[in-house]
Design a protein around this ligand. Structure first.
Ligand code: ADP
Ligand code: MG
Length: 812
């Protein structure tokens, strides 16, 4: 909180709450131990009112003060009531730091959002002790409880009589315990419960248990519910390790309710399912109707989506399986709409800025791009041309471009970015090219520098390896405008680099370019925000390009230059025969003039170990199978200049085999390399393997890639590797990767500055996501300030869910 008054008040609230909470512990026994509560509360309330808080808060302190008049002299039971009451008053004080929220939200909606954010304490019978347990589970507010979605359901409409149980199928029984005890079968102890209903007898069995616990748990004559697969043993129906739940006949829902579809929740502390269920049910019945949807009603009506409040009812207290499905969909939609609306706002904000003005009619240098095309040894693919057209349209718009170019490895993104750079230079501006590693920056430099010289342009490379004097000279030239293209790593925009008139920033192979860096760029620029072109060879699954990258425009180079031969891929578990085969192929290829990579993974993020692996391997191979060849070693610990030297030697074919860690993952372009052997391939993500594999198959010779997994690699891991063998389609591989790892891991929503998803399946339902995106973008267009016919609460919900990651102050 930023305002000092709010801070002060919250300190005062704490000063009241702490002793009250202490007093409430041990079933309020602590009341006896606490002295001077009355004078303490009176004092704090005095300070509070002297602070002149807002009326609603002042009122609460007056109530508190009144509750403690004469407290010290009261009987214990009365004291207890007062403390309880006071705690609920304290819990209901709502500090709302945002004047915006107060003003822009109509009375009703504002109250609802506040309700959702209010703590569970003292609601639906939740006292301090329970509240602490809930908080540990992440359930602090009413909203948290609503979003505590069942992990599964038990369809108890099929409650069976024992007589009708089918061996081999799941059964759900309501039975009474007849006898319990420990039985020995051979050497093995088994705990058995004999139970029955009107139609027969069933045996429930456990093999691993604590006897004292079991005896305590299963009492003769108790009613219980057992769920699990039914087996037949010596003609007797049995369930082994069934799910058990005590059945309390006084349970409000009664047997009929028991037969419904019952939600099963993730465990909270040691609470029983029935208790959890009853508690959540109480909260949902009371508060679901107050939930504030993030989407306007008209939108939901059009798409036939139920409102989120109703959805909570249907999810927690379901009437049918179909209703559950519809409700889940509604919750996902609600979140997706809010997400997409936020992205729409971000995007609109970028678009509203001033971009550099590329007025070519006043250009000093013209025809650079055309001249480049003439000297290129190839002509552009249709996909490259199309993407260039999209970039040109952005340049013409006078608003800053934010474009992500996706193209599989080897699709030719570099040339596209170079042509875009030339357009900027023609218009009299400078260009910054950023690569994630020094090796890549160097490689870009070599390529760009070659063409730049032919066109009479000046390119510089800014890396850590530059001598001081050289660096200073380069910086001076960038500042005075003598340099047309500056190439480097991220440091290029973060440190002491000052551009004269940078209008285009090209970011290669960067997953995400954050808001802060964007701001940096603006600082370096002039009175405009530079255009930004982000290039990635990591194919982005459709769902992610609508979420994590949802505020960018996306171009796709979906075509490889002609003449490429597919990389034959072999995934195998290590055996001598297979290793010999891989080594044999490497030897054969290298002997005939080609080159090879042997890649080692980073072991648990520790460069150290992989370094040892790679270093040891290099020595071993050099002395052994590959003693006839020159082997280079490349890893992250080398100094930039050393790396450069290793790469230069490999490019110049001074070394034939490059043993390396994943530093070769992106962008390295050595068309003469035709074989890659990846050790411990099971430790890589699929997309990463795809990137690595992309280092071969860049020339005319057929290439191949061996994915070596240790013989003890799990079947799952090995099956994933097989995906690599089956396809070279980067998008398919990325979708597969996403399925295996989940979106959170692929790229964390938090890391990307997006709201967290609370409903399941939000990121995986492509069609729903598409609808939500469309609806949100339409909505913003129709209501640019979000002040349209929809509830004003939408603005509030956005703020609430985006947690300040969206500066709403800038809209409307
Ligand atoms: P990536 O998209 O992975 O960055 P690069 O830009 O490194 O790919 O291009 C890979 C290789 O393809 C380079 O050697 C480049 O010169 C070549 N290339 C790019 N475009 C074409 C094209 N249209 N026709 C033939 N070769 C091309
Ligand atoms: Mg590249």
């Amino acid at each position: 909180m930023s305002d000092p008054q709010g801070n002060r008040i919250s300190e005062l609230i704490d000063a009241v709450r702490r002793p009250l909470e202490f007093a409430s512990r041990n079933g309020f026994a602590n009341i006896l131990a606490i002295k001077g509560l009355e004078s303490h509360i009176t004092r704090i309330c005095g300070i509070a009112s002297a602070n002149d808080p807002p009326d609603c808060i002042a009122e609460k302190f007056r109530e508190l003060n009144a509750a403690f008049k004469g407290f010290d002299a009261m009987a214990l039971s009365e004291k207890r009531l007062r403390v309880e009451n006071a705690l609920s008053i304290v819990g209901s004080i709502c500090l709302n730091p945002s004047p915006l929220a107060e003003k822009s939200v109509p009375e009703n909606d504002g109250k609802n959002l506040k309700l959702l954010k209010s703590p569970l304490l003292n609601i639906a019978g939740i006292g301090q002790r329970l509240f602490e347990r809930l908080e540990k589970k992440g359930l602090s507010t009413v909203e948290d409880a609503l979003y505590f979605l069942p992990i599964r359901y038990e369809d108890r409409r099929n409650l069976k009589d024992i007589k009708h149980l089918t061996p081999g199928a799941d059964g759900l029984l309501l039975v009474r315990v007849i006898a319990t005890g420990e039985v020995r079968y051979g050497g093995r102890k088994v705990f058995e419960v004999i139970a029955g209903d009107e139609t027969g007898i069933v045996k429930l069995k456990w093999f691993n248990y604590r006897i004292s616990y079991m005896k305590d748990r299963f009492k003769v004559n108790a009613s219980l519910k057992a769920f699990g697969p039914v087996t037949l043993f010596n003609g007797q129906k049995e369930m082994v390790h069934p799910d058990i739940e005590e059945f309390d006949e006084s349970d409000l829902s009664g047997v009929e309710g028991y037969k419904g579809i019952v939600p099963v929740y993730s465990q909270i502390d040691n609470m029983r399912q029935r208790t959890i269920r009853r508690m959540i049910r109480g909260i949902v019945e009371k508060y679901a109707g107050h939930f504030v949807c993030g989407s306007p009603e008209a939108t939901r009506r059009e798409l036939n989506i139920m409102d989120a409040g109703t959805a909570f009812l249907n999810i927690h207290i379901p009437d049918s399986l179909a209703a559950i499905e519809r409700a889940k969909r509604a919750l996902s939609f609600d979140e997706l709409f809010v997400l997409e609306l936020g992205l729409a706002i971000k995007k609109a904000r970028i678009k509203a800025g001033h971009g550099p003005c590329f007025d070519l009619s006043r250009a000093k240098r013209t025809g650079l791009a055309d001249r480049l095309k003439k000297v290129l040894p190839f002509s552009l693919t249709a996909a490259q041309e199309r993407v260039l057209k999209e970039i040109k349209a952005d340049f013409a718009s006078r608003h800053p471009m934010m474009r992500l170019v996706q193209g599989d490895v080897g699709s030719g993104k570099t040339i596209v970015s170079l042509i875009a750079s030339l357009w900027a230079i023609e218009a009299g501006f400078q260009v910054a090219v950023m690569a994630p590693t020094e090796i890549l920056a160097e490689q870009h430099y070599l390529l760009i520098h070659g063409y730049a010289e032919k066109l009479g342009l000046k390119a510089v490379l800014l890396t850590g390896g530059l001598a001081r004097g050289e660096r200073q000279r380069a910086l001076d030239e960038i500042r005075t405008g003598g340099v047309d293209i500056a190439i480097g790593t991220h440091a290029l925009i973060q440190k002491d680099v000052e551009f004269n008139r940078n209008a285009l920033a090209i970011i290669d192979e960067q997953h995400r370019f954050g808001v802060e860096q964007r701001a940096e760029l603006k600082k370096k620029g002039a009175d405009f925000i530079p255009h930004m072109l982000i290039m990635t060879a990591t194919p982005i699954p459709r769902t992610l390009s609508m979420t994590v990258y949802g505020d960018l425009d996306v171009s796709i180079i979906d075509e490889l230059p002609p003449g490429r031969t597919p990389v034959r891929t072999f995934a195998f578990k290590e055996r001598e025969r297979e290793r010999d085969r891989a080594y044999g192929t490497i030897a054969k290829e290298v002997a005939s003039g080609a080159q090879a990579y042997i890649v080692y993974p980073l072991v648990e993020e520790s460069e150290e170990i992989s370094l040892k692996d790679a270093t040891r391997a290099k020595e071993h191979l050099q002395k052994g199978v590959f003693s006839d060849f020159a082997i280079g070693l490349l890893h992250g610990r080398l100094k930039p200049l050393e790396k450069e030297e290793v790469m230069r030697d490999f490019k110049a074919r001074k070394t034939q085999i490059l043993v390396c860690t994943t530093v070769v993952e992106v962008g390295i372009d050595v068309p003469n390399a035709t074989v890659m052997l990846i050790e411990h391939a099971d430790r890589f993500g699929l997309s990463q393997l795809h990137q690595l594999r992309g280092r071969v198959g860049r020339g005319e010779r057929p290439s191949c890639c061996f994915l070596m997994a240790p013989w003890k690699a799990s079947d799952d891991a090995f099956r994933r590797l097989k995906v690599m063998q089956e396809t070279e389609d980067g998008f398919k591989i990325a979708e597969e990767d996403l399925k295996i790892r989940g979106p959170g891991d692929f790229i964390g929503t938090r890391q990307a500055g997006l709201p967290d998803f609370r409903s399941m399946g939000a990121m995986t339902d492509y069609a729903l996501l598409k609808d939500a995106r469309q609806a949100a973008f339409n909505y913003l267009e129709a209501n640019p300030g979000l002040n349209g016919d929809g509830p004003a609460s939408i603005k509030e919900v956005l703020r609430h869910r985006w947690h300040g990651r969206l500066e709403l102050a800038e809209i409307g």
